[in-house]
Structures are given as C-alpha cells and as structure tokens.
Design a protein around this ligand. Structure first.
Ligand code: MN
Length: 151
C-alpha cells in the first residue's frame, strides 16, 4: 500500500480526512497545536508557572515544588488567573514592589495536545524541550490541582 500520492495532495492539519499515519508517528510537533510554557519564577518563594494556551488566554497554574519528571510524583498545582497570550514569551525581572517580584526564566516551552480538558481533569500530551510525554492535571479542591506524569 502506497499512500504517498494521497498524502502529497493533503495537509492533514487542515482537513479532517484520516492521515493514515505510521504507528508511533506523533503529529504533536506541528506549530498549529496549542502552545505551553513553564516559567521558573524566583518570587518570594520559588515556583514554576505552567501555562496552557486555551480559548485565547493562557490557563495558568503555580507549581511550588517543580515539574514532576518521573511517574508517581504528584505535585500540587495552584490555578491562578488566566494570563494574556503574549505572556508566553515573557522572561525578565519583575521589579520589587510589584506582584510576583523577582526573576522569571522560561524553563520549557512547546506544544501540547489535550486528550481530555474539563473543569476537573486535563490530560495532555506535552512536547517541549525538556518534558515530553503524557501529563495529567486533576482538580482536588477549589484552585488546587495535582499535576503528574502518566506512566
Ligand atoms: Mn508566578
């Protein structure tokens, strides 16, 4: 079976037709997927801010203990206010006396695909420079979520 001609004629990010991707091939690298950023924020207490591009804003969580890099580590993620999209590129120093004063570095950035996205549960395939793979956010109470890597 040769799908070259079929593939040559189509842009599968623009058509709902099946791509017939080879198994194991991930389309998540393409820039049309929503973006994420993780900013390392040296505020009064160090934390990492996870932001997901969604509905024209950056959905945001502060993660005090950092990004889990192996399964079974469940990290508290406190949902904070939505941020504007252009915050995704922000790095710099928030001057003393301002909310969140301190240095902000981009720790990772990339794209994600959401397998599930509800008010209580978000399941993501994340492809960044540092983190690659499945992650889940589960709301536990109010603004508190747990963020962990899928096995
Ligand atoms: Mn922050």
């Amino acid at each position: 079976m040769d799908l070259k001609e079929y593939e040559r004629k189509r842009d599968f990010l623009r058509t709902p037709e099946p791509r017939g991707a080879k198994s194991g091939e991930a389309a998540v690298t393409h820039a049309s997927y929503p973006r994420f950023v993780i900013q390392e924020h040296h505020a009064t207490s160090l934390h990492w801010d996870l932001r997901l591009e969604r509905d024209g804003v950056l959905k945001s969580w502060a993660i005090p203990k950092g990004i889990p890099l192996r399964p079974k580590l469940k990290r508290l993620a406190v949902q904070v206010e939505d941020h504007p999209l252009d915050y995704i590129n922000f790095e710099g120093t928030i001057p003393e006396g301002n909310y969140g004063a301190g240095q902000v570095f981009i720790w990772d950035r990339g794209h994600y695909a959401a397998a599930e996205y509800t008010e209580k549960k978000i399941e993501l395939a994340m492809l960044g420079q540092r983190i690659k793979g499945g992650y889940k956010l589960v709301r536990t109470d109010g603004n508190s979520w747990l963020f962990f890597m899928l096995e």
